[in-house]
Design a protein around this ligand. Structure first.
Ligand code: PRP
Length: 179
């Protein structure tokens, strides 16, 4: 285990088996469509790569980068689009793939934006849901794991751009982010 972690919350095996299970449900629901899988950079990249490889429907891949957080751990409440989609979403079935829903602000804004742009449907898939921190009225269509309000890193998630490449998800020691 990485020395900056208090404990491992989700092991590689737990993640793999749950991601496969959820992807099968999404795959079934999207049967007969040709959706666009929209990854929200950067936190979702590892989840995105594992998740889309479990889908059998024909897919287009696209990405957005938005920020609602500063360098710290608290959501600032302002969404900024740093990289927009390459493709047009009009009339398309969109699957938004996120690593975590916290306040829900990012996904609430994204869902509104994609709907306003004319998407035929917007399905939200998240790896983690910190439900107790929710301030916006938004629910993911599919969630892999409900987690407690702890600072988690790994499997794409960072603290100040560190720890994203850890293959598991762990709880960061308070001393790391409170110093
Ligand atoms: C995280 C996460 C979501 C958002 C969730 O991204 O990937 O996009 O915050 O928070 P919210 O529900 O309170 O809006 P972050 O800005 O940390 O960027 P990153 O994915 O590049 O690490």
């Amino acid at each position: 285990m990485h020395p900056d972690l208090q404990k491992i919350l989700l092991t590689e095996n737990q993640i793999r088996s749950r991601v496969t299970e959820v992807a099968k449900l999404v795959d079934k629901a999207l049967s007969g469509k040709r959706p666009v899988a929209v990854g929200i950079l950067k936190g979702s990249i590892i989840f995105y790569a594992d998740f889309i490889r479990c889908l059998t429907v024909p897919l287009e891949l696209d990405f957005m980068a938005v920020s609602s957080y500063g360098a710290g751990s608290v959501s600032s409440g302002k969404l900024k689009i740093r990289k927009d989609l390459d493709g047009d979403v009009r009339g398309r079935d969109i699957v938004v793939i996120e690593d975590i829903i916290d306040s829900g602000f990012t996904l609430a804004c994204l869902k509104k934006l994609l709907t306003e742009r004319g998407a035929a449907s917007v399905t939200i898939v998240t790896l983690l849901d910190k439900h107790e921190r929710r301030t916006e009225d938004i629910k993911p269509d599919y969630n892999c794991f409900e987690i407690p309000d702890e600072f988690v890193v790994g499997y794409g998630l960072d603290y100040n751009e560190e720890y994203r490449s850890l293959p598991y998800i762990g709880i960061l020691k308070r001393s790391v982010y409170e110093k």
